[in-house]
Design a protein around this ligand. Sequence first.
Ligand code: DGJ
Length: 338
Amino acid sequence: MNRTLSFILLTACIGLLAGEASAQNNVIRPKEVWPDTDGNHIQAHGGGIIRIGKKYYWYGEQRRQGLDPEYRYVSCYSSKDLVNWKFMGDALKMKDPDSIGRTWVLERPKVFYNAKTRKYVMYMHLDGPRGGGSGYLYARVGVAVSDKPTGPFEYIRSFRPLGHESRDIGQFIDDDGTAYLIFEDRPNGFHIARLSEDYLDVEKDMCLLKAPIEGGAIVHYKGLYYVLGSALTGWSPNPNKYATAKSLEGPWSEFRDVAPPETRTYGSQSTMLLKVAGRKDTTVIFMGDVWKPKTQWDSRYLWMPVEIGDGRLWLPEPKPWTINVKTGEHKVVGKNPL
Ligand code: DGJ
């Protein structure tokens, strides 16, 4: 190879590597536009995350502009580092499955992987008024199943878990692998319920917290369960609160603020607490939605590592930060202009 050709090839390789490096991002910026690996703002609202091997899958409400109004969509993204997310397509695209009516809603989808049946099982909040208008009267969960994490998920049925009304749902997988659905049952409170062996049903109420809490999330950290949720204020943020217990059955402590109440959880609403246990440390991430009800496609995410331990859970002021999923360590790396 002559010298000029080698020089051109070398320059091209360096250029490619530099391009690759600049496409990779390692900073999570709470409340800012969060581009996926194609440069589009991530659409996974009211979402949940599972880890399969080395990959994380993030499912949520797909709310990009230009969707067919007859359908509701659940998006799926994958990542190895929790920062760079590749859009894997809409894992579920579905028409009104139960003749709820034109304004039916599908919210807060959560996916569980059942290692015994090798099925991915999606729970979703199905709601709407019967016969038009607006309202959340149907109050059910829907279940859909897929052989692959990315779908397509096939809708199976809807039901009221253990006979109760169910609106916001959350997911919790304990350290022993047991899967739980958290659901808000307005007349009564907030349930933490175990799924059946095949995950296709909700089998056992572990406890009913008599508190008006939605956006439910749980983490098991150093022998204590922390449950977190928001008040019932629609799309408007409010001071989210948490309680603790040694067992899911309770007794649970009183609910306490997770952030200075005047910040209204820094304008966000809880959707999940994600535990990243690495070689050196464990980081628990508060995953929240910053809703923009009139421009839902622009709704943002507030992800921030929490201060946790000895019965205290605290969401610090949001700032850009990094995480290393292998070591489990995180680092705040700047000030947040928002
Ligand atoms: C609050 C819930 O947390 C959201 O998921 C959504 O259902 C809004 N209410 C609708 O007002």
